[in-house]
Design a protein around this ligand. Structure first.
Ligand code: UDP
Length: 431
């Protein structure tokens, strides 16, 4: 029987594939939490914003295990509240946050990701609350949408301006969708390579804000065990089977972690499961919390043998925050996160990745951590989003719904000559 979402028990005393069992007998663990470098009392926002944060309806915020978008939304909400903004989080039941949480549907739907039924229901309920707030004289300044497609497609029905974060890759289908609907909102891409693959009109008006990580929440591990780690969704594009090949070529033990999502059972059964022997290759299922952090932090290196245009790849910055270097193929955002010889190695194929395993010892855990602390820490990323919200809210777009095509937009005319700082700051289109 295939485990769909097995959660690993990584305690040394547990039966089964615990990480502790992978440690060399003499391996020392030198966990050092260098959190707290940032002052706890953040500067308060001089002009607090009212933000409606729209999470997807699938997984709770924060996620109990797998869930990159939900981890981003959780961090962002907490930091916005911490610096004085008024945030309402529309999310599935069971979510919790420093923001005011408004659960919209009866249940979370982790096994029905992408179902139009639940997404439409969730978004309609959120829009009703957002409109009701405006009608009651307490409008939100901005809706920050992470929920998929329905909200963006319908954003011009809402009086409150929307900022939409692109979380997925551009495919022929999503490119056509964004060509039609991107102008309904201000668009944020999560990596430059993601944005570069989008339609030209979207590229001309969008900006890049990377995903955040709360660095202080990740202990830095200065000493590592000898196993390699692969963690993520068990899918072809993420490459757990290629990680198995790399580990075999390098003669290293491999730990695989992550859920087998609905629809991926055959891939797992045919390409991963036959190699799991609980010795050289261990599959520990879906991991979470401190066990997950320990798994990241104690690995000699994390393997990212991806074959798709990775929009971001939270697991890369998580590994680096824990002091673990990343070996990746040069696909998508890996090219922006991994700097060869500094915090990992970018290599072209399995053979090169196996060779790079031998060079992991050249890389310094503190340098790995610093490479993400300087670019992705939640405080900086949130400040970027606040600037984006201010630009969107400052447009006066709240005074009415979007006019029919060809009709001048009175909301923009109300502020003639005022440049949209959000769009001015956007990267120019390259094609
Ligand atoms: N994750 C987790 N437990 C697992 C596997 C993954 O908590 O067993 C988390 C991982 O730490 C990361 C997220 O799920 O925060 C995956 O995000 P990423 O951007 O790497 O991948 P994607 O969103 O493309 O699946």
């Amino acid at each position: 029987m295939l485990p769909s979402h097995p959660r690993a028990e990584l305690d040394a005393t547990a039966d089964g594939p615990g990480v502790a069992a992978l440690a060399l007998p003499n391996a020392r663990r030198a966990g050092t939490n260098i959190g707290g470098l940032r002052p706890l009392r953040a500067k308060r926002a001089p002009h607090p914003l009212r933000v409606a944060m729209l999470a997807p309806p699938w997984i709770t915020v924060p996620p109990p295990g797998y869930g990159g978008i939900e981890a981003v939304v959780a961090d962002l909400c907490d930091e916005l509240v911490r610096v004085g903004h008024d945030v309402t989080l529309f999310a599935c039941p069971g979510s919790h946050s420093l923001a005011t949480v408004r659960p919209l549907l009866a249940d979370a739907h982790p096994d029905e990701i992408g179902s139009a039924l639940y997404e439409a229901d969730h978004v309609a309920a959120a829009f009703a609350e957002i409109d009701a707030a405006a009608a009651a004289g307490t409008p939100f300044d901005v809706v920050h949408d992470h929920s998929g497609f329905a909200a963006l497609a319908m954003a011009d029905r809402l009086d409150t301006p929307m900022l939409h974060t692109l979380h997925g890759p551009f495919t022929p289908q999503t490119t056509a969708f964004y060509q039609r609907h991107h102008a309904n909102a201000s668009i944020v891409a999560i990596s430059a390579t993601q944005l570069a693959t989008g339609p030209a009109a979207l590229r001309a008006s969008a900006r890049v804000i990377p995903n955040p990580i709360r660095i202080s929440a990740w202990p830095l591990e200065l000493e590592h065990d000898d196993y390699l780690l692969w963690i993520g969704r068990m899918t072809e594009e993420k490459g757990p089977h290629r990680a198995i090949d790399v580990a075999a070529r390098a003669g290293r033990r491999l730990v695989l972690a992550g859920p087998v999502q609905p629809g991926q059972e055959t891939f797992f059964r045919e390409h991963v499961a036959p190699h799991v022997d609980d010795d050289r290759v261990r599959y520990v299922g879906e991991v979470a919390g401190v066990e997950k952090q320990r798994l990241f932090g104690r690995a000699a290196g994390m393997l990212m043998p991806i074959r798709w245009c990775e929009p971001f790849g939270m697991v890369m910055i998580e590994a680096l925050a824990a002091g673990t270097p990343v070996l990746a193929f040069p696909e998508g955002a890996a090219t922006e996160i991994v700097v060869s010889g500094h915090n990992g190695f970018l290599v072209d194929d399995e053979r090169e990745m196996a060779a790079a395993v031998e060079r992991l010892g050249e890389l310094d855990p503190a340098t790995c951590r610093a490479s993400v602390a300087s670019r992705f820490d939640t405080a900086e990323v949130t400040a970027e989003y606040v600037r984006a919200y201010q630009a969107v809210a400052g447009m006066g777009l709240r005074a009415g719904r979007r006019p029919a095509p060809g009709v001048p937009d009175p909301r923009r005319a109300a502020r003639p000559g005022v440049p949209d700082p959000f769009r001015v700051a956007a990267r120019p289109a390259t094609a």
